[in-house]
Design a protein around this ligand. Structure first.
Ligand code: SF4
Length: 424
């Protein structure tokens, strides 16, 4: 191999940062190197990263292997002690070309491989300009990083530090750059995106940022948010939901559970009633809105009754895109010290919650048949509707925006008949 290859795990923030890492490493003149951008959200994510590192070394015996990302930040020793690894960079260091110029020599000790600072001490997030997101037709833009909350199950703040926002001007420059490169859909992403702006002069909000981008950059055809915490949604966001057709009718919520006692033990800031109130308010403003949600099954102390409340919330809210996470104890988090459920029970409940999610997704697909939709065609021969539903798009070109009639579905994606094309 030659050049710089990037292997990305985890969230859209990592996808964005992997592009920054690639351009910074190339700027530093790095060659014959593999960067592994890890995720620490679950034990499984860390296991997969270690597996990918071993495979990369087997397939590239002479390449330099550099591990970064949240698992590198929170479990740096684990990776430094792997013989396959040449360097371990923290989440801050991975974004700087200087880090790729000052890499340790081959064969040094585990200690010498480490370039990981105290991420909680980081106060600002340096805007990074990219023009391209490899393999994607939707452009992710990092607007915020880190998190000031401390949900008891979550390791992210220990991997990404406290909340910090990218100034509005820098976000607008980045969006303009990507639109000029031909991206017609922009996805604003962060760790806790709804806390955007709390650390900036004038404390702008996420909703105000989105409003400003759509006003200043008319060529943004579709603006989407990666995920939000419903309890922190601001009035500008509600305005966009109600009145702005370019603001996509799809919100992915960090719900996590549907039982108030478990939400309390998770240290979440919303109750079940708060979440339902937000969803009903949004549906009144924008009836075609679809909701996705992250939910955890098998959180410590969860009883059968509490679990049924979680399934009940997903059903009451008619979540169309449910992402289920079997609870995974993360080192150093308060929940890892709580009485744990049996692994088999966690897996069984996750399977039941996923089944509920599939039933809800079926109902959502059924409701889309017979409608007309605008699609953005992806690289995979599939496309996304505005409300983030997958559609088979055989014979259509990636990045095309097309209007279609939905004719049916196969349980996973919708089928369509082309009406009009509006080549982006
Ligand atoms: S809000 Fe909670 S779940 Fe989300 S990143 Fe912060 S600590 Fe983790």
């Amino acid at each position: 191999m030659s050049g710089v290859e990037v292997i990305t795990f985890g969230c859209r923030l990592n996808t964005y940062e992997s592009e920054v890492m690639r351009s910074q490493a190339e700027k530093a003149g790095l060659n014959n190197a593999i960067l592994v951008n890890t995720c620490a959200v679950t034990g499984e994510a860390v296991r997969q990263a270690r597996q990918a590192i071993r495979r990369a070394r087997r397939d590239n015996p002479h390449a330099r292997i550099i591990v970064t990302g949240c698992a590198a930040q929170t479990e740096k020793q684990t990776f430094a002690e792997m013989a396959e690894v040449d360097a371990v960079l923290g989440n801050e260091e991975k974004l700087k070309s200087a880090s790729y110029r000052a890499l340790p020599d081959f064969g040094v000790s585990a200690e010498e491989k480490l370039r990981v600072n105290d991420i909680v001490s980081v106060r600002a997030t340096a805007p990074q300009m990219i023009r391209h997101i490899d393999g994607h037709v939707r452009a992710f833009i990092q607007v915020q990083n880190g998190c000031d909350h401390r949900c008891t199950f979550c390791i992210i703040p220990y991997g990404r530090g406290n909340s910090r926002s990218v100034p509005m001007g820098a976000v607008a420059d980045q969006a303009r750059n990507l639109v000029e490169s031909g991206y017609c859909e922009i996805v604003l992403t962060g760790v806790d995106a709804t806390s955007y702006g709390a650390d900036l002069p004038g404390t702008p909000t996420l909703g105000l940022l989105a409003k400003t981008l759509l006003k200043q950059i008319p060529d943004i055809r579709r603006l989407r948010l990666s995920s939000i915490d419903s309890i922190e949604a601001d009035r500008h966001l509600m305005d966009l939901i109600a009145d702005e057709p370019r603001f996509m009718p799809h919100l992915h919520l960090s719900l996590q559970h549907g039982d108030d006692m478990i939400l309390k033990r998770m240290k979440r800031r919303h109750s079940r009633a708060d979440a339902m109130r937000f969803i009903e308010d949004v549906r009144r403003l924008r009836p075609e809105m679809s909701f996705g949600a992250d939910m955890i099954a098998g959180f410590p102390t969860e009883t059968e009754e509490m679990f049924v409340n979680a399934v009940g919330l997903a059903e009451q809210a008619a979540i169309a895109h449910l992402h289920v996470f079997p609870y995974s104890p993360r080192p150093g988090t308060p929940a890892a010290r709580m009485p744990q459920l049996d692994r088999a029970l966690i897996k069984e409940r996750a399977a039941r919650l996923r089944e509920a999610g599939q039933r809800l997704h079926q109902t959502h697909l059924d409701s889309m048949v017979g409608t007309r939709q605008w699609l953005l065609v992806e690289n995979s021969g599939l496309a996304h509707t505005e409300n983030f539903t997958l559609v088979a798009a055989p014979g259509l070109r990636p990045r095309d925006l097309v209007q279609v009639a939905i004719t049916g579905h196969n349980g996973k994606h919708l089928d369509m008949q082309l009406l009009a094309a509006d080549a982006a």
